[in-house]
Design a protein around this ligand. Structure first.
Ligand code: ATP
Ligand code: MG
Length: 778
């Protein structure tokens, strides 16, 4: 055990100390934001190891993001002054993948299974809906995928659902058919979707108690951060792991920490009752409450308390700090989102001039769409920034294409991946050929990948069968290389042999150059992986991609301002925080405003945002905001009034109703972009801008003055923009981030492929893919 003077206990207040030192089967630490929950958890881990009460390998610590896991490991190691190899510090999903890879063979999967992200599941569901004509029963892809996800989070597999659903309802019956087919398809592709990772681990433990016992014996201490955001599957997993073993070894000791005021994942099935019911679930559990906040100034805490106290049905907690009042919270109302962004950038520059590092500052928003205006102004001002989470890099078509090759090599059973690469790049294998191959595979009970070996005997023309055989042998060669070479070598070979990037570069479509660069970027990612993981396998790489892509990016570029959604901000802290878009429709978001519990959950989200700030907090909104292709006037969020007025210093106030409505100030004529500090200019903004700043250089390399576009815009490649809904017709006037204003002369194509033919006033005639062009209607 630790001696009372051990430096691990330095500086802790009595309650924190108790939380570190208590030993017993179950410990619950409930406390408000910034009270040291995560710090205490980390010290508890360190103290278990230092006191030689546990080997690192007997500890399982669960965090909410990969970033949090990396941080916790680093801190524990620096406290101990030693590596903590063998200790599992990871997210629920990563832990489950590790368990499943070891145990998959127990239930009909193999350890090289693929992990389907939500995009892959949707592709599969879409195909099944089509094949089963389920759309005529009113089933949609998003409806079905949402429902399957919910069911899995509640641990309802197909059979248990079949027992309980109302089978007199034809659309329910149809849904069941789709759910069943989907489950079988995953199984035969040797694949798990994201929700499966959790649910299947629980099912595995329940079906094979001797397998569960292996982990029950292994983990003697389980610690869970952000417990308020666990869903039923996660909750059950913890329960399974902390049970007594078959031969009577008592369950692991469990420590959970949480704050029900920060529960923000109800939409993913999180149930904050898990906290309230902890004492019932674990009788005799010790409860420790922490009340002192070490993060924020009193003004920031008072604002947070003011907001959250409007939620009913909560235990009142008062946070206090000895840090002092600090500065007032600065409020600002912009005329437009650009004006608001300009305010943010100006304040950031002022903070920087006063000596604060960029990486101590963060900008939060409710929806990813809000990044567009922010990025434009950041780029124009040459402020270094990066976007955390939601970098949709791995969702891009070209990245999926290339990754699919790797997936097929790792897991040849994955039909979805095989189909994806069959004719990419184009090699003359059309849909009819694909169907024929699939039929042949079905008849002979082999995989689609296997069927490629029999191309010669299927009666295709020589061109087609040659193409199929070449693909098949390329895959074989690359598979052989996996044994010898690194992931980077395998990918390089695939790219070379398929000419994937070369073909993109030869294309006349301007977007293809950017796509080729994304693929180069992926190649760089694999090389980086090889360097950092000398023993890493292809499967390790694909696992990392699947998990990181879905959660957050690990990479911690210093010297940049961080931009992220309020959800991503959970658990983090910054010296200065900007919460933007504090408007009705955004916060509370319009999707949740009408839901039961929705506005309360959104209020918690605002509370999470406020309590990230250590020294300075800025809250801003805009009077009008372009969203979904339309510019609408916005109203101040209802939550703003909940912040005591004396804490606020409004630089430009939202007014009191009048003058802040449909015909607010400055919205007409030239006012929109001309108002405010500096207004909005078009020069130097990039159409392909974004903060996928992972690679060295990235935004760090941007200094004082904006450089000419060509030099830096080319490396910025994966902007995810979606103007899919923008209605455009001949005669409309639009504004483009690079080309300025112009008139639409014609719109051709459909859906995602709609193209606007535009005559720009200065830049001349251009064709733009509406979905992704940086345009808005004026
Ligand atoms: P959240 O609810 O936001 O997750 P938390 O309760 O996990 O917050 P931590 O992130 O652990 O809080 O701690 C907040 C800040 O307070 C950190 O910077 C941490 O280092 C600091 N801190 C915690 N305990 C102490 C202490 N006893 N003395 C000084 N600083 C402390
Ligand atoms: Mg925390």
């Amino acid at each position: 055990l630790l001696t009372p003077s051990d430096p691990l206990l330095d500086g802790l207040n009595p309650e924190q100390r108790e939380a570190v030192e208590y030993r017993g089967p179950a410990l619950l630490i409930v406390a408000g934001a910034g009270s040291g929950k995560t710090s205490v958890l980390t010290r508890r881990i360190a103290s278990l190891i230092r006191g030689q009460e546990a080997w690192p390998s007997q500890i399982l610590a669960i965090t909410f993001t990969n970033k949090a896991a990396a941080e916790m490991r680093e801190r524990a190691e620096s406290m101990l002054g030693a590596a903590t190899e063998g200790m599992w510090i990871s997210t629920f999903h990563s832990s489950c993948v590790r368990i499943l890879r070891r145990e998959a063979e127990n239930f009909g999967f193999t350890k090289n299974f693929t992990i389907y992200d939500s995009h892959d599941s949707r592709t599969l569901i879409k195909r099944i809906i089509k094949e089963h004509e389920a759309d005529t029963y009113g089933l949609t892809v998003s409806g079905v995928s949402g429902k399957i996800s919910r069911l899995k989070n509640e641990l309802n597999d197909v059979e248990s659902y079949a027992r309980n659903a109302s089978m007199s309802d034809p659309s329910e019956r149809k849904f069941l058919e789709v759910y069943r087919t989907y489950t079988r398809a995953l199984q035969s592709a040797n694949a798990f979707d994201f929700d499966d990772l959790l649910a299947q681990t629980v099912f595995l433990f329940r079906a094979f108690p001797h397998v569960a016992d292996v982990y029950r014996r292994k983990f003697r201490h389980i610690l869970v951060d952000e417990y308020q955001d666990t869903n039923h599957a996660q909750y059950s997993l913890i329960h399974e792991l902390t049970r007594e073993t078959e031969d009577g070894l008592p369950g692991a000791s469990l420590t959970v920490v949480g704050d029900s005021d920060q529960s923000i994942y109800a939409f993913r099935g999180a149930d904050m009752r898990n906290i309230g019911e902890f004492e019932r679930d674990f009788p005799g559990a010790k409860v420790v409450m922490l009340e002192q906040n070490y993060r924020s100034t009193q003004n920031i805490l008072d604002a947070a308390n003011g907001v959250i106290s409007n939620n009913f049905d909560r235990k009142d907690k008062k946070l206090w700090t000895s840090i002092g009042g600090g500065e007032k919270i600065v409020g600002f109302t912009g005329y437009s989102a650009h004006d608001e962004a300009q305010f943010v950038v100006d304040e950031i520059s002022a903070l920087r001039a006063a000596g604060m590092d960029y990486n101590k500052m963060a900008v939060f928003y409710r929806t990813n769409a809000q990044t567009r205006a922010l990025e434009e102004i950041f780029i124009r001002s040459a402020l270094p920034y990066r976007i955390l989470g939601g970098t949709k890099f791995y969702e891009r078509a070209e990245i999926k294409d290339v990754l699919s090759y790797l997936v097929v090599i790792a897991n040849p059973a994955d039909t979805l991946a095989v189909r994806r690469i069959l004719n990419v790049p184009k090699r003359g294998i059309g849909p009819a050929t694909e169907t024929q191959l699939q039929n042949y595979a079905d008849q002979n009970e082999i995989s689609l990948r296997e069927s490629l070996r029999s191309a010669d005997s299927l009666g295709f023309g020589p061109k087609v069968s040659g193409a199929i055989s070449r693909l098949s042998s390329l895959l074989d060669e690359a598979t052989a290389l996996v044994e010898l070479g690194s992931v980077g070598d395998v990918l390089a070979k695939l790219l070379e042999e398929t000419s994937y990037t070369t073909l993109l570069r030869a294309s006349r479509d301007a977007q293809d150059e950017a796509r080729a660069e994304n693929v180069d970027e992926l190649l760089a990612v694999t090389k980086e992986f090889d360097k950092n993981n000398p023993d890493g396998t292809l499967i390790d790489f694909l696992t990392e991609v699947a998990l990181v892509a879905a959660a957050d990016d690990l990479d911690d570029a210093s010297g940049t301002v961080s931009l992220m959604t309020l959800h991503t901000a959970k658990g983090l802290e910054y010296e200065a925080v900007f919460i933007t878009g504090v408007e009705e429709e955004l916060l509370p978001h319009r999707m949740s405003a009408g839901e039961p519990g929705g506005p309360a959950e959104e209020r918690r989200l605002f509370y999470v945002g406020i309590t990230r700030a250590r020294q300075r907090l800025f809250i801003s909104l805009a009077m009008s905001r372009a969203q979904f292709g339309q510019t609408n006037s916005a109203l101040p969020s209802r939550y703003l009034q909940e912040i005591p007025a004396e804490l606020m210093d409004w630089r430009q106030s939202p007014g009191n109703g009048a003058g802040f409505g449909s015909d607010g100030r400055g919205l007409s004529g030239s006012g929109r972009f001309g108002a405010g500090s500096g207004g909005y200019g078009r020069s130097g903004t990039s159409s392909e801008s974004n903060g996928w700043g992972t690679t060295e250089g990235g935004w760090n390399s941007l200094e004082a003055a904006p450089r000419p576009k060509a030099e830096w815009a080319n490396r910025i490649t994966n902007k995810v923009r979606d103007n899919g809904d923008l209605e455009l017709a001949a005669g409309d006037r639009i504004r483009h981030a690079d080309f300025g204003d112009g008139s639409v002369s014609q719109v051709t194509g459909e859906g995602a492929k709609r193209v606007a033919h535009v005559k720009f006033d200065v830049a001349g005639a251009k064709k733009l893919l509406i979905k992704i062009a940086p345009i808005e209607k004026i």
